[in-house]
Ligand binder design. Structure first.
Ligand code: SF4
Length: 334
């Protein structure tokens, strides 16, 4: 398939149109106010698979508790996970913590600007390295998150699957052809905001788009092309609630997803659960049912006033049980 690039002679006009639009329509985000390498690093880890709106309060809280890389590196992992509690995908918190320790040990507390050095940090892949290079160090490099992928695929009317190697290579090449000679931070931020606000998934607002003169999309609502989503698998997970005075019993999560967090112990299925709630994780829809349990030797009591970090569904189930009437049945979507 032949795909035409925007001619070199037109890219200054493209940059001018995008820059003007960004000046008046760019999003006001807390990590953009003072885009230090540390603030950008934290925001990029938090934004992986999470919306901007959900991240903002966590980011602000995080920067108050861990204002710099050295403070984060020195913190116990349980403190890091506790502050991340509710944001999900906890491997990001563990990797961010390890990345801070790595920057402290290997780079003298200075986050590197070099792409290869950034990639050597735990949890930093090609996208995150490019995002830190652009947003923290103002480098002109292609930054390809979901929003920019969509904008670029549409601008160039790319009609192949963007998740294949050929698709990724094309997007990298096309995004590189759009780069300005300076101002990489503003350019990447503008493309990202364009994707988040006007060139959104589904039906874009092309009439309001500052670069519609350059756009080759014929049926933009069909782009970008991606493989069909994997089917959702439904599973049941039975857990126990057990209390002794003001303490409840938990176990440390054995699985990789919630490693370092504490969860309700395994339970038996019952027709009259204390609580049921549903939540989604990757391609699973989980129905969590809670029954009364008898404490086992490997269960650990925690005072309700100082619970360890817990994943949201288990924390919410606990809250519902503690709040419900003695004969009531709580049922809620997580
Ligand atoms: S014209 Fe429409 S499809 Fe093209 S970049 Fe703008 S919003 Fe996206």
């Amino acid at each position: 398939m032949r795909v035409e690039m925007i001619p070199d002679s037109m890219t200054p006009d493209f940059h001018t149109a995008l820059r003007r639009w960004f000046r008046s329509h760019g999003r006001d985000l807390p990590w953009r106010a003072a885009p230090t390498p540390y603030a950008v690093l934290v925001s990029e880890f938090m934004l992986q698979q999470t919306t901007v709106a959900a991240v903002i309060p966590y980011f602000e809280r995080w920067m108050r508790r861990f204002p710099d890389i050295a403070t984060l590196a020195a913190a116990p992992e349980s403190d890091v996970l506790k502050l991340w509690e509710g944001l999900g995908y906890y491997s990001r918190a563990r990797n961010l913590h390890r990345a801070a320790q790595s920057v402290t040990a290997q780079f003298g507390e200075i986050i590197p600007s070099d792409l290869a050095a950034l990639r050597s940090l735990p949890g930093v892949g090609p996208y995150t390295a490019a995002a830190i290079a652009a947003f923290a160090f103002d480098q002109c490099v292609p930054v390809l998150d979901a929003n920019i992928n969509r904008v670029v695929a549409r601008l160039f009317n790319y009609r192949e699957n963007i998740t294949t190697k050929a698709g990724r290579d094309f997007l990298e090449l096309a995004a590189a052809s759009l780069l300005p000679k300076s101002g990489g931070r503003r350019h990447a931020s503008a493309l990202m905001d364009l994707g988040a606000t006007l060139c959104r998934s589904g039906v874009p607002d092309c009439a309001a788009c500052p670069v519609h003169h350059f756009c080759k999309a014929v049926d933009p609502e069909e782009l970008p092309v991606k493989p069909a989503k994997k089917a959702i698998t439904e599973i049941n997970d039975w857990r126990s609630f057990s209390r002794s005075g003001d303490s409840i019993f938990l176990i440390e999560s054995p699985g990789p997803t919630w490693r370092g967090l504490w969860i309700l112990p395994p339970g038996e299925p019952t027709r009259e659960p204390l609580v049921t709630l549903s939540y989604s994780i990757t391609r699973y829809k989980v129905t969590l049912g809670i029954s009364h349990g008898v404490p086992q030797p490997n269960w650990t009591p925690f005072p309700l006033s100082s619970l360890p970090p817990m994943p949201s569904p288990h924390r919410k189930a606990l809250r519902l049980i503690l709040a419900k009437k003695p004969d009531g049945l709580a049922r809620e979507e997580a």
